[in-house]
Write a protein of this length. Structure first.
Ligand SMILES: O=C(O)COP(=O)(O)O
Ligand SMILES: [Mg+2]
Length: 218
């Protein structure tokens, strides 16, 4: 039997508008100027610590200097309710229902911290699909280290597993975990798809159950 494990930001949900707003609100609280949304969006993918490192650097501050810890505390405080603008990508719910009907077990492995991950899944009505959820702070290491993904694989207890994500980090994580990888091309990736290791690419969630079905057969 098969398990399908998903990345979250840029894969199942478009959360960038809230991450951008949260970042700029914190920058303003600290008396720093706001950054362009596209620039902040480019920093998503390696967890909050890395995002704020890049934001401080782009703001002309020392990336891991004295502002980093207070900024992270403020960001995390807001993060658990920062989902007003976050939406599920089109076709995701139907695809998840179809995967469940096909007998797949579903999980999440994201670099978003676990508290806002659970909060946004509940808020969007997605929580019940995922008995196994690993966040960026669930273990001592995060993606691209394969450990959280491999822990999710172990918890789901299926003999075949596919990882689905949108980014360079997800491709590297699946590669390190030696798992088949499906890449959703409408998320926050910066690298051309053909430069990333992947088994198949899709731009519409209506394609996903068929791609999973093909990998199950192969
Ligand atoms: O929080 C991040 O940096 C990205 O989260 P993701 O792993 O769900 O894409
Ligand atoms: Mg992502």
């Amino acid at each position: 039997m098969i398990a399908v494990i998903f990345d979250l930001d840029g894969t199942l949900i478009d959360s960038a508008p809230d991450i951008v707003a949260n970042t700029n609100a914190v920058l303003q609280e600290l008396g720093l100027g706001v950054l362009p949304p596209a620039q902040i969006k480019g920093f998503i993918g390696k967890g909050v610590g890395h995002l704020l490192h890049c934001v401080l650097e782009a703001s002309g501050q020392v990336p891991d200097g004295p502002l980093h810890a207070p900024m992270q505390a403020r960001f995390n405080q807001r993060y658990e309710t920062a989902f007003e603008m976050t939406v599920i990508y089109p076709g995701v719910v139907k695809a998840l229902d179809q995967l469940v009907e096909m007998g797949c077990a579903l999980g999440i492995c994201t670099n978003k911290p676990i508290a806002p991950t659970h909060a946004v899944l509940r808020h969007l009505g997605l929580a019940e699909y995922f008995p196994v959820v690993y966040g960026g702070d669930s273990l001592a290491v995060r993606k691209p280290d394969p450990a959280p993904l491999l822990a999710a694989v172990k918890d789901l207890g299926r003999d075949r597993v596919i990882y689905v994500g949108d980014s360079e980090v997800d491709a590297a994580t699946a590669d390190a975990a030696k798992l088949p990888f499906l890449i959703y091309t409408e998320g926050y990736r910066k690298t051309p798809v053909h430069d990333l290791p992947h088994d198949a690419a899709f731009n519409d969630f209506r394609q996903l159950p068929g791609l999973v079905g093909n990998l199950m057969k192969g």
